[in-house]
Design a protein. Structure first.
Length: 94
């Protein structure tokens, strides 16, 4: 994890280390968009940042990771379904 930026290291220090100590986005000193950016960046670098209704934390175990992966996959499927519905729509101006 030596390739982490100072900002990424700071983000890790601000979030929890378990679901019980998870930190909600609204309690972080940044916008939700910035929190999502850091989460994505850290995951790409191999840091298992996970989320739930409890907030953000660094995964303690595989179960934490599996739960977040299931939620992300479900959101992805719903987004694809929405895109297909939209694609089938006819513009109102026709």
């Amino acid at each position: 994890m030596s390739d982490l930026s100072k900002c990424e290291e700071l983000f890790i220090s601000m979030i929890g280390t378990s679901e019980e100590t998870a930190v909600r986005c609204r309690d972080l000193p940044m916008s939700p968009r910035e929190a999502r950016f850091f989460t994505a960046s850290l995951r790409q670098k191999g840091v298992p940042v996970v989320t739930s209704g409890a907030g953000y934390w660094v995964a303690e175990n595989q179960d934490d990771i599996d739960k977040t992966v299931a939620v992300l996959r479900a959101k992805g499927r719903q987004t694809l379904k929405s895109a297909e519905f939209l694609k089938a729509c006819k513009p109102r101006c026709e």
